[in-house]
Write a protein that binds this ligand. Structure first.
Ligand code: GDP
Length: 451
């Protein structure tokens, strides 16, 4: 592993509505890091990584576990469904991936309980509720309990009396609410207690004070990658509220969700597709419908990796990307799925918005109604009508594809450091001498070899 003596900590965050291909990017970068840590979200994330033709879907465990020697951390900002975690651990073990000494689960992470799922399902289907399109896995209600200071944390699983009392007390309230409001069947405290005791035994060997571990690693000169789930526009504060997720997906969440302070962060990398997608409801200014949308959806295999739901698709949206760059302080951008645009004669790129007939300054409306009124202004770029699938060198890209990337980079005033041209690790183009390469600790010789 190429290493410098200097400690490094890099955040990889989604610049759109999630599903940008962060799984592949983190997997690709993992060999340059000693530690990969998830900082928010739960098992609604679903990174898909294809290695040697084999598909791995990881929902909780950072996908860095699949390659190389990096150690994987589930940070304190994550909410953990122990049933999902144990299932994922079993899946990795069956694939021959060693977890002992490589997986660390924060003792301060919140635990999802069956009543969180019950409440989410019931509430989402209740009349009059805004349908956010959640995955109904209890993630939102678990974050509610965290903020309400009535959550259960991983460390509490190891205090049997506390665990039992917590479940009994919580169920008294949750069963009453779910029964009265949604006519849900009550859940039984005893059986939940038994199953959670069993999960605690399985997870026990991996539980640690991960903030202490990561800070120790940083002081020892090791390299840490913080892996975001979902994307900027789903951030609880900055996203298209209320059509958002329940956590801080943006780079700041990387600090609170792991316990590494802001002064430890070396850089923030954004990941965006060469177009845009969104799952579930909510504003999507550049959304596209009709045959071209179907073509992009099919070519990009835009169906949710957790739910199988078809994703909404649209053109790349530079005003929203600029918003993401600003909120995260992104200094380097990865563009994924360039190959999905192969074959189009013309590619519209949203360069600005108009609102009520007037050009919009760089502020994005805070309301759904405001976002829905935006009229995208498109620049029409020439397509390349040639295959970029699997290309590995910048100079092999068709001229129009390079022009497309240069246009995006110059409008965002940001380097594009990596271009992904296929799902496999090696189907990637590295732009030479990028900031990213210096954050990876790559030596000059290695950088030159890449270019
Ligand atoms: P994530 O949650 O951000 O990791 O995104 P997903 O895993 O939901 O979606 C990414 C999907 O796109 C996966 O099926 C990847 O294998 C695939 N993928 C990633 N990069 C590329 C690429 O450059 N080209 C193509 N065609 N597929 C890609």
């Amino acid at each position: 592993m190429p290493k410098t003596a200097k400690s490094r900590c890099v955040i990889v965050a989604g610049a759109q509505w999630g599903d940008e291909g962060k799984g592949k990017v983190v997997d690709l970068l993992a060999r340059h890091f000693d530690w990969i840590a998830r900082y928010q979200g739960g098992h609604n994330a679903g990174h898909t990584v294809i290695i040697g033709g084999r598909k791995h879907i990881l929902q909780l465990i950072p996908c860095g576990i699949l390659g190389g020697e990096a150690r994987a951390v589930i940070g304190n900002g994550v909410v953990i469904d122990p049933a999902a975690l144990v299932q994922e651990m079993d899946g990795l073990a069956a694939a021959g991936i060693e977890l002992e000494g490589r997986l660390f689960v924060s003792n301060r992470a919140q635990v999802i309980l069956p009543y969180h799922r019950m409440l989410e399902l019931a509430a989402e289907n209740a009349p009059g509720r805004v349908k956010i399109g959640t995955t109904s896995r209890g993630i939102g209600p678990s974050y509610e309990d965290k903020m309400g200071r009535r959550g259960l944390r991983v460390v509490d699983l190891y205090e049997p009396e506390l665990l039992r009392t917590h479940i009994e007390n919580a169920l008294r309230e949750k069963n009453a609410v779910a029964g009265a409001l949604y006519q849900a069947q009550p859940l039984d405290a005893g059986s939940i207690y038994e199953s959670y005791l069993e999960y605690s035994r399985r997870i026990g060997p991996y539980v640690a004070d991960t903030a202490a571990l990561l800070n120790r690693a940083w002081r020892a000169g090791e390299a840490i990658l913080l892996e975001g789930a979902q994307g900027t526009l789903l951030d609880i504060d900055h996203g298209t509220y209320p059509f958002v997720t329940s956590s801080s997906t943006t780079a700041g969440g990387g600090c609170t969700g792991t316990g590494l302070g802001p002064t430890r962060i070396s850089g923030v990398i954004g990941v965006s597709k060469a177009y845009a997608t969104r799952v579930g409801g909510g504003p999507f200014p550049t959304e596209l419908e009709g045959p071209v949308a179907d073509q992009l959806r099919e070519r990009g295999n835009e169906f949710g990796s957790v739910t199988g739901r078809p994703r909404r698709v649209g053109w790349i949206d530079l005003p929203l990307l600029r918003y993401a760059v600003r909120l995260n302080g992104m200094e380097s951008l990865v563009i994924t799925k360039l190959d999905v645009l192969d074959g189009l004669a013309e590619i519209p790129v949203c360069v600005d918005y108009r609102l009520d007939g007037q050009p919009l300054a760089d502020e994005i409306p805070a309301t759904v109604a405001g976002l829905e009124k935006l009229e995208p202004v498109y620049a029409k770029l020439t397509g390349w009508q040639a295959s970029t699938a699997g290309l590995k060198r910048l100079e092999d890209l068709p001229r129009a594809a390079r022009a497309y990337l240069d246009f995006v980079a110059s409008r965002l005033e940001l380097e594009i450091s990596l271009i992904s041209t296929g799902p496999e690790r090696n189907e990637t183009i590295w732009a030479p001498h990028s900031r990213l390469e210096s954050w990876l600790g790559m030596e000059r010789a290695e950088q030159t070899a890449r270019s």
